[in-house]
Design a binder for this molecule. Sequence first.
Ligand SMILES: O=c1nc[nH]c2c1ncn2[C@H]1C[C@H](O)[C@@H](COP(=O)(O)OP(=O)(O)OP(=O)(O)O)O1
Ligand SMILES: [Mg+2]
Length: 201
Amino acid sequence: MKQVIIATKNAGKAREFQELLTKKGVEVKSLLDFPNCPDVEETGNTFAENAILKAEAMAHYFQTIVIADDSGLAIDALHGRPGVYSARYAGEEKDDQKNIAKVLEELKGVPFEKRTARFHCALAVAAPGRRTTVVEATCEGYITEAPKGENGFGYDPIFFVPQKGKTMAELSKEEKNQISHRAKALAKLEKQWDEIMNGKE
Ligand SMILES: O=c1nc[nH]c2c1ncn2[C@H]1C[C@H](O)[C@@H](COP(=O)(O)OP(=O)(O)OP(=O)(O)O)O1
Ligand SMILES: [Mg+2]
């Protein structure tokens, strides 16, 4: 089976790429399969910049084509925060529960209609000697007042998806993979897919 390397150490993301790409008959590897690979500092100001940093560093390291995902949550009432700092919003330990608690605390007293937010996903495709390409997509919703649901990862339990009437964490994986920022961004790589899969092994 053909393989593709996703430059992520996030188990939730890696699982979703697996779900989204097995339909295509692709075996997904993530950085969790390569425990010795270096860490890449996310020093960019945008999701796209960080996705490019991660993809190019790992394409260089593995000498093959790599896809990186940089994503996060932008909340209007918080002027776009946590944004590119989503993973470390409540501290370096990247604790989803603490991040959620911090967001809910900051939104205390903000009425539902003003709790608009969106998930962003930037995907960068990099390969040695090639120009990196980036695609981006978003998924619109509202921040709830309390976590609900057990599925997904990250901020999913507090992200209400209006067209489903549920939080992202209450959706099945199939439902999330129909509407998520990640699924929509991946769909934008469709035209490039043959090229991605035929990259140097
Ligand atoms: O579908 C999602 N559902 C819920 N939360 C999500 C989602 N997508 C991103 N997020 C949150 C998780 C984390 O707080 C941040 C990503 O940060 P981001 O730097 O891209 O990932 P990361 O550091 O966990 O792993 P890595 O950089 O190795 O890919 O946004
Ligand atoms: Mg990260």
